[in-house]
Design a binder for this molecule. Structure first.
Ligand code: Q9C
Ligand code: ZN
Length: 344
């Protein structure tokens, strides 16, 4: 299997995030990708290739023009507000919730950052756009490899993507790489694409992008949003809308869920994917389901990822794997490589 590695990932290095009223060191760190790459090479899982520049069109196929315009210029505008901002990451301080209008674009940078954000946990830095844009190129290049006949390709990128919606960032995500890849696969002739998301957190961005569509299935196993981020989406009664009715499956599990219960949910997820009969699978692979993850609460062990890999590979589908979350830095290489093992 080839890994398409984001050589620009370290341009995004958030210093902190807000947690319970405090600014704490960012969990989504650059060394996450370094550890995965090191383990990939140690196990000789395959060639590491560079992403090909696909331009903006495939990103604009799932994200709004005004959001991408904002992301591209956000850092310069943040520093233009006050040169003293340069050493500090940008965070929103106001949000366009429910009864407020989201169809006006205020001139204020602070107002725009709030309009295009869902949380205060996602530091926007000088290199966030370049890192996320290159991440999309990694996912697109991996999709091209699969379209050209590869059984599997792995987009090794950060920051992650599955919380980013058509017009907002959040949950450490800016550009939804899995959604960009799924839409690209559709555009290149795959008539049905399934996205299976095994990150601890519900991929609210991916779900919302494809919610009313019958051509892209979204299936996710995740911490119950009644207590876990992203809270406001990911519940079991969200099954798709309009033409997409029945093309969304959420399998929320309570915080504290054991591996055996997680694997029962995986069988339901796999059955849904099989019944959809997709031509290609996009796998949002987060390893924050690990028992040692500092911000998540499932109980998978490192060897469980080997079994996960076997069950996923048994689908027998061409698969584009996109790296998402996982914050137990010491084990992230082993856990991710284990999850890839049956594909390699
Ligand atoms: N201090 C992904 O795994 N904040 N995103 C949690 C912890 C949001 C995680 C608060 C976590 C988002 C891609
Ligand atoms: Zn996650």
């Amino acid at each position: 299997m080839k890994a398409v590695y984001n050589h620009h990932h370290s341009l995004h290095q958030g210093k902190s995030e807000f947690f319970r009223g405090a600014q704490v060191p960012a969990f989504e760190r650059a060394d996450r990708a370094d550890h995965v790459l090191a383990e990939w090479q140690r196990r000789k899982l395959g060639e590491v290739v560079a992403p090909k520049d696909h331009g903006l069109a495939p990103i604009l196929a799932v994200h709004s023009q005004r959001y991408i315009d904002f992301l591209q210029t956000a850092w310069l505008r943040w520093v233009a507000l006050d040169p003293g901002n340069a050493p500090r990451d940008a965070f929103p301080s106001v949000w366009a919730i429910r009864t407020l209008r989201d169809d006006v674009l205020p001139d204020s940078f602070a107002a725009q950052l709030g309009l295009f954000s869902m949380d205060s946990g996602t530091p926007l830095t000088a290199g966030s756009w370049q890192a996320a844009k290159t991440g999309a190129d990694c996912a697109l290049t991996a999709a091209d490899l699969v379209l050209a006949g590869a059984r599997t390709a792995f987009a090794l990128t950060r920051p992650p993507g599955h919380h980013a919606g058509a017009d907002f960032l959040g949950g450490y995500c800016f550009v939804n790489h899995a959604a960009v890849a799924a839409q690209h696969l559709r555009g290149k002739g795959a008539s049905r694409v399934a996205v299976l998301d095994v990150d601890y957190h519900h991929g609210n961005g991916t779900q919302s992008i494809f919610y009313d569509r019958a051509d892209v299935l979204y299936v996710s196993i995740h911490g119950d949003p009644k207590t876990e981020f992203p809270f406001y989406l990911g519940h079991a009664d969200e099954t798709g809308a309009g033409a997409g009715a029945g093309c969304n499956l959420n399998l929320p599990l309570p915080a504290g869920t054991s591996a055996s219960r997680w694997f029962e949910a995986l069988e339901l997820a796999l059955a849904k994917v099989r019944a959809f009969a997709p031509e290609v699978l996009v796998l949002s692979l987060g390893v924050d389901t690990f028992e040692g993850d500092p911000i998540s609460h499932f109980k998978l062990t490192s060897v469980d990822y080997l079994r996960m890999s076997e069950r996923l590979a048994a689908l027998g589908l061409p698969t584009v794997i996109v790296f998402e979350g996982g914050y137990a830095i010491e084990e992230i290489g082993v856990n991710t490589a284990n999850a890839l093992m049956a594909f390699a």
